[in-house]
Ligand binder design. Structure first.
Ligand code: FAD
Length: 315
């Protein structure tokens, strides 16, 4: 049983945090009366690790791991942990470690404690001191699982030279399929997609509730249009998020954009400005949308829209 440490490198050289986690791992190993094994991925020269207390290096070389991949790296470290029967695994607080450590914790059914700043207070029970509340306080945390994963707060423990005699061995774990398939699913319920639509009928919070969308859909049907909505409408769950248009939603560049019960906030206009003709129906004559509109009807949507549908049907 050794303490396992994942040592990160960049362009063939170990990062400082890799040497810091190795230093920390040595302190833990000394407390437990065991040795330190480091896993390295695609790092040719591993000699620096011995200076920081690493007794054994498992060297993994694999083309598929030339770029960081949390799933692939976690699989490697898991197999290394099983090979070494490691009960304590030490990682840094780098962005990559933050991705892979939770996966590793799930795979190994391990307890995972982040932001640790000192060598364990005790190893039985395993108790570590960690930063909490955005470093405004610290706490002592006990890890009770059989396997423990600890991430070290960078620059907290420091580098400690140890001059161990490291042995290195090639390690060839199996690499899972790292192919990522991206599937695009358009969740819009409209028959015409917003991106392709010549005409878009869009509703805002002025429509009061999802039960009132029947007239929006009917108007869209009559015009062969797509339906859209303002952000609060989708945030409230009145309409699917795929219909949300604006700065943070889908952009609309239709020939005709009909905005019903939408105030015309700058963030909404940012997404629909490319539309050629904008028509606004709003009961407030001072609604900002009227300044951006080509045509406007000041009136109650619940009166105007049914009349519009009737006229269009008769057309
Ligand atoms: P309201 O502002 O509540 O306006 C409702 C309108 O309906 C009013 O003008 C009212 O006069 C009218 N009305 C009421 N009753 C009737 C009636 N019976 N008949 C006719 N009219 C009626 N918003 C977006 O839409 N898209 C975005 O991408 C987006 N991104 C954002 C990003 C950021 C960072 C932030 C801070 C905000 C963003 N917003 C976005 C929100 C935006 O600022 C507005 O709050 C939002 O657009 C308002 O939505 P609304 O016009 O439907 O609702």
């Amino acid at each position: 049983m050794s303490v396992l440490v994942y040592t990160e490198s960049e362009q063939g050289s170990f990062k400082k945090i890799a040497l810091e986690v190795a230093s920390y791992a040595k302190a833990v190993a000394n407390q437990l009366g065991t040795t330190v094994t480091a896993v390295t991925i695609n790092t040719e020269d591993t000699s620096a690790l011995a200076n920081y207390g690493v007794d054994k290096v498992l060297k993994v070389s694999h083309d598929q791991l030339s770029n960081f991949n949390a799933k692939g790296y976690a699989a490697v470290i898991k197999q290394a942990a099983e090979k070494e029967a490691a009960k304590v695994i030490i990682v840094s607080s780098s962005a990559n470690s933050k991705y892979l450590a939770p996966l590793l914790a799930i795979d190994l059914n391990a307890g995972y404690v982040t932001n640790v700043i000192e060598a364990p207070e005790s190893t039985s029970p395993f108790t570590v001191k960690r930063n909490a509340f955005t470093n405004k306080a610290f706490e002592l945390t006990q890890i009770n699982t059989d396997i423990k994963i600890v991430s070290i707060s960078n620059n907290s423990f420091g580098l400690v030279e140890n001059n161990a005699q490291a042995t290195a061995e090639d390690f060839s774990p199996s690499i899972p399929d790292l192919t990522v398939t991206v599937e695009s699913v358009d969740k819009a319920t409209d028959k015409v997609s917003i991106a392709d639509a010549e005409i878009v009928v869009s509703g805002g919070r002025g429509l009061k509730g999802p039960e009132n969308w029947g007239m929006i859909e009917e108007l869209a049907d009559v015009l062969g249009a797509a339906t859209a909505c303002s952000k609060p409408v989708s945030d409230l769950g009145w309409r699917p998020h795929a219909e949300h248009v604006g700065q943070t939603g889908k952009p609309v560049a239709s020939n005709l954009y009909i905005a019903i019960g939408i105030s015309g906030a700058i963030q909404h206009l940012a997404g629909i400005n490319a539309s050629k003709v904008k028509v606004v129906i709003n009961n407030d004559a001072d609604a900002p949308f009227f300044k951006a509109a080509d045509y406007g009807v000041v009136g109650d949507a619940f009166e105007v829209v049914p009349q519009l549908i009737e006229k269009l049907k008769a057309f």
